[in-house]
Design a binder for this molecule. Structure first.
Ligand code: 0WD
Length: 255
């Protein structure tokens, strides 16, 4: 398969082999894309290097903590130096304090609220701004969101509010960047067991409810999100921007 040959795609947010970002990387790699990985700080470098090397070749790895404007700008400056042009960015980054992911939302602290917004929503804006000048042949930016931004999902709390902001950022960014032929979309993934999901209380019962209620009577996995991301990075989706696509076995349509 070579339909993404010659396309340079930046993958942000691989933490380990369970990361949704890694599922996206695998789908893109199979389609022949050239991948650039960013990782959050030295603690994750080894993990990401090992995974990236398993795809063969000399992986491009770049440090980028999205809470720092300088790091986001420096990361894309380095990417420009290495590959010149990019065609896509997969933004697979979110964070909230574990203590904010249980109990009542009303108890969310000012700090916790700001932190979740900063890492999980604003970072997409900073990344889009830094990526734009490198997307001289047009581009596609894909982020990951969750149903908890549209409806109240127990314990998702402050992250739900951050995802609502992220969804709105997708629309405003799509409106700004469309004139440069840059598309911005989100995939709303069903719950998948990853490091980030560990922070959400009663995650097992959420998975069980999906198996019972989703039209497909099952949960989704990283490869299904990866293949939808591949579609959003490809020419096949050229008419789609500002959209939230649910990859959730249909769960979101059920009452
Ligand atoms: O059920 C799920 N797992 C779902 C996840 C359902 C729907 C959406 N998502 C979203 C998440 O909210 C997130 O936006 O998918 C995205 C990827 O999450 P993931 O694959 O579930 O989780 P994980 O493998 O933990 O990747 C998230 C990564 C971080 O990992 P950890 O767990 O170490 O915080 O986001 C990165 C980091 O690698 N990250 C950052 N990257 C750069 N700068 C930062 C930061 N400041 N903070 C977190």
């Amino acid at each position: 398969n070579t339909w993404m040959q010659g396309k340079n795609i930046v993958i942000m947010g691989v933490a380990n082999h369970r990361s949704i970002a890694w599922g996206i990387a695998q789908s893109l790699h199979k389609a022949g894309a050239n991948l650039i990985f960013t990782y959050q700080g030295e603690r994750l470098r080894e993990n990401v290097a090992e995974l990236a090397q398993s795809l063969g070749g000399e992986p491009i790895l770049i440090n980028c903590d999205v809470t720092k404007d300088e790091e986001v700008e420096a990361a894309f400056a380095q990417i420009k130096e290495k590959v010149g042009v990019i065609h896509g960015v997969a933004h697979c980054i979110a964070f909230a304090k574990t203590e904010e992911l249980e109990g009542e939302f009303v108890n969310t602290s000012r700090d916790g609220y700001a932190l979740a917004q900063d890492i999980s929503a604003y970072s997409l804006v900073a990344v889009a701004r830094a990526a734009r000048p490198l997307m001289t042949e047009g581009g596609s930016i894909v982020t990951l969101t969750y149903l908890g931004g549209e409806r109240v999902v127990p314990n998702y709390n402050v992250m739900g509010v951050a995802k609502a902001a992220l969804d709105a950022c997708v629309r405003y960014l799509a409106s700004d960047l469309g004139k440069d032929n840059i598309r911005v979309n989100a995939i709303s993934a069903g719950p998948i067991r990853t490091l980030a999901a560990k922070g959400v209380r009663n995650f097992n019962s959420i998975l069980k409810e999906i198996e019972e209620k989703a039209p497909l009577r099952r949960t989704v996995d990283q490869s299904e999100v990866g293949d939808t991301a591949l579609f959003l990075f490809s020419h096949l989706s050229r008419g789609i921007t500002g959209e939230i696509i649910h990859v959730d076995a249909g769960y979101n349509i059920m009452a």
